[in-house]
Ligand binder design. Structure first.
Ligand code: FES
Length: 169
């Protein structure tokens, strides 16, 4: 069937649009900044440290505070969920056991280990750790306070700072 001039124009326009999208990285619904969980701008509590004795990823604070809570059973860390490439958010892929940047495609596509270390894609450094300390909670019991305004970068050797993790013992 011969291609009409109109059909040709539609195909050519679509092809150009796909090429541009591919260059910029594919965008999903979370790519709209209004939908993106952003890192909290004030300290907040995440409960007693005993809550995190079991090793694993705690996702409770991703949506509202923009952080991942990670326990290895001995120490607690809280990672900013913001990709260190150009600031999109990360999501947890349970099958692959890794954080993945929401922005995919050849110009993005970063992945990070559970401890935040970058493993692929355009990010050149790990996710940042938030500052942690123990405080008295509303009921007088000790709770973990996360300060997302103070963060530690592994590439600057800041993960050795005692405030970048909390012993669970
Ligand atoms: S913003 Fe995450 S890889 Fe580009």
């Amino acid at each position: 069937m011969p291609l009409t001039r109109r059909a040709f124009t539609i195909l050519a326009t679509g092809s150009i649009a796909l090429t541009v999208l591919g260059e910029q990285g594919f965008a999903g619904p979370m790519d709209n900044p209004a939908n993106r969980p952003s890192l909290a701008k004030e300290p907040f509590n995440i409960g007693p440290k005993s809550k995190y004795k079991e090793a694993g990823l705690y996702q409770d604070f991703k949506k509202d505070k923009g952080v991942w809570v990670v326990s290895d059973g001995k120490q607690l860390t809280v990672l900013s969920a913001t990709c260190t490439h150009i600031g999109a958010t990360t999501n947890w892929n349970d099958g692959k056991k890794q954080f993945q940047c929401e922005r995919q495609g050849p110009k993005h596509g970063s992945t990070f280990d559970l401890d935040g270390t970058n493993t692929a894609g355009k990010a050149t450094r790990p996710l940042e750790r938030c500052s942690l300390k123990l405080v008295k909670g509303a009921n007088g019991a000790e709770e973990v306070e996360v300060d997302p305004t103070t963060r530690f970068r592994k590439d600057k050797d800041e993960w050795s700072n005692p405030a970048s993790s909390l012993p669970l013992g």
